[in-house]
Design a binder for this molecule. Structure first.
Ligand code: ADP
Ligand code: MG
Length: 446
């Protein structure tokens, strides 16, 4: 019976996940509607019940067992999780749960095939590809950073998929920094810290998503640092993502910061028009298959790529809604329909920041007079905020340098360029300034 359920699970969770998480389980009792399973480590018990509880229940039922509940407890299990270093690892670890898709270990859609490459992400993509080749480690860690929805998680999942397809002998562990902390705290509480260390030190590729999360969490940082060093020392590949550069993560220990910087640091830039259009075309192509007969008028995708410039997730959401809506009402997807059905999204992304607004917010932040922003004073206490405002005007609006110059009391475009450069330079070393700018940006972009 368990054999049958296990076979079915192999299909539903995938071969690699199956051999890592399901095969080591042993069924020890099946009565009163309870299926009692045993796993060899505490970590596995938790992971399996959190991520595979439902699928296991379903598979058992499909195999004809009258099961109401599945319990997983610590026992002998069938095989040790960490194999002795001498024998080549046969199993790939693929524990991964995505917050967006509880219970789905890795998002099957996040592959290299579905990742559209453009100028803003080509370097990140190339680096991810290199790691996914599974060859000798050339840079360690690979540190991917960029704003929300630019494809960091997608690339990490793609690496995991590719490695498990081509190098199933490698043990790949993907998780978010939050899950890392959760596991760590749990291990401390359950006095399973040795298991924890053993597990994390026995992988070949460790990927930790959204690492900014551990900033300020002292003991988790500490443990992360040791895990990191142990793996690097063994020549194991590490991939990290964060929403900002290592230098900009506040409350991160200096030694961790410098460790993170010593591999390859690549950023995913905000999307440009071509990339957005490319992504829309790819997704629309996929939708055509699921909504046969639906007509997509010319110009609709171009319109969306122009108008929705925030993150890719919003862009995808818009397209999903558009196709669903059109098929429900049985209409062709035209510009009119798009405008009608996406009014809220379009309105939200229409909110453009103005230079005046930037000047006002920056003046407020630095407690200087608005009139001084555009005035001639050269005092540093005023010149610096003015340069910050120039910098933000360049990055948050589509105004040209001469135009920005005009709004700053008729300054020359070279003065504006100088101001922007100055801020760029300072931000590299002045973390307070970088932080101020990050804050102002978020204030105005939201
Ligand atoms: P991040 O982790 O950087 O916040 P995600 O990787 O979760 O962003 O991406 C958000 C969504 O946008 C996902 O559905 C992802 O598939 C999609 N996406 C982002 N970049 C691309 C791209 N270049 N090609 C295709 N889809 C993308
Ligand atoms: Mg992400």
């Amino acid at each position: 019976l368990w054999g049958q359920a296990s076979d079915e699970l192999r299909k539903t969770v995938g071969k690699t996940n199956h051999s890592t998480w399901i095969a080591p389980l042993e069924i020890v009792a099946l009565n009163d509607g309870i299926a009692a399973l045993e796993a060899p480590t505490k970590f596995m018990c938790d992971w399996v019940s959190r991520n595979y509880g439902e699928p296991i229940l379903r598979a058992l039922r499909n195999a004809g067992a009258p099961v109401e509940r599945v319990t997983i407890s610590l026992g002998a299990g069938r095989a040790p999780v960490a194999e002795p270093a001498a024998t080549p690892a046969r199993k790939a670890h693929r524990p991964a749960e995505d917050q967006d898709l509880p219970g789905a270990p890795l998002d099957a859609r996040f592959t290299f095939d579905s990742f559209v490459v453009g100028k803003p992400n080509e370097l990140a993509h190339a680096a991810a590809r290199r790691v996914a080749e599974g060859g000798p480690v050339t840079f360690n860690p690979l540190f991917l950073y960029g704003g929300v929805g630019l494809g960091k998680t997608h690339l990490m999942h793609a690496i995991a998929h590719e490695l498990s397809a081509q190098h199933s002998e490698l043990r790949v562990l993907y998780l978010s920094a939050e899950q890392f902390m959760y596991r760590f705290v749990q291990a401390l509480r359950d006095r399973q810290i040795m298991d924890f260390k053993e597990l994390f030190r026995s992988v070949d590729v460790l990927m930790v998503d959204d690492v900014q999360f551990i900033a300020g969490k002292d003991s988790t940082q500490e443990e992360f640092f040791h895990t990191f060093n142990a793996l690097v020392d063994q020549g194991k590949q590490i991939v990290i993502s964060a929403d900002r550069a290592p230098g900009e993560i506040k409350d991160l220990e200096e030694r961790i910061r410098s460790r993170l910087q010593c591999g390859l640091v690549v950023d995913l830039h905000p999307t440009d028009y071509e990339l957005r259009l490319g992504i829309l075309q790819t997704k629309a192509e996929a939708y055509r298959a699921s909504y046969p007969g639906l007509v997509l008028a010319n110009g609709v995708l171009e319109f969306l790529a122009h108008r929705i410039t925030t993150n890719v997730r919003v862009l995808e959401g818009a397209l999903t809604r558009l196709f669903a809506f059109a098929s429900l009402v049985g209409r062709e997807i035209t510009l009119d329909l798009a405008q009608e059905c996406l009014a809220d999204i379009l309105r939200a992304s229409d909110r453009r920041v103005t230079i005046e607004e930037i000047q006002r917010k920056v003046a407020e932040h630095y407690n200087v007079r608005l009139s001084d922003m555009i005035g001639p004073k050269r005092l540093r206490t005023i010149a610096r905020p003015r340069q910050v405002a120039m910098y933000l005007s360049k990055h948050l609006t589509t105004r040209s340098l001469p135009e920005i110059g005009r709004r700053f009391g008729g300054r020359d475009h070279t003065t504006i360029m100088h101001g922007i450069r100055k801020i760029d330079e300072l931000m590299a070393t002045d973390s307070q300034l970088a932080e101020d700018i990050g804050l102002l940006r978020r204030l105005m972009e939201s």
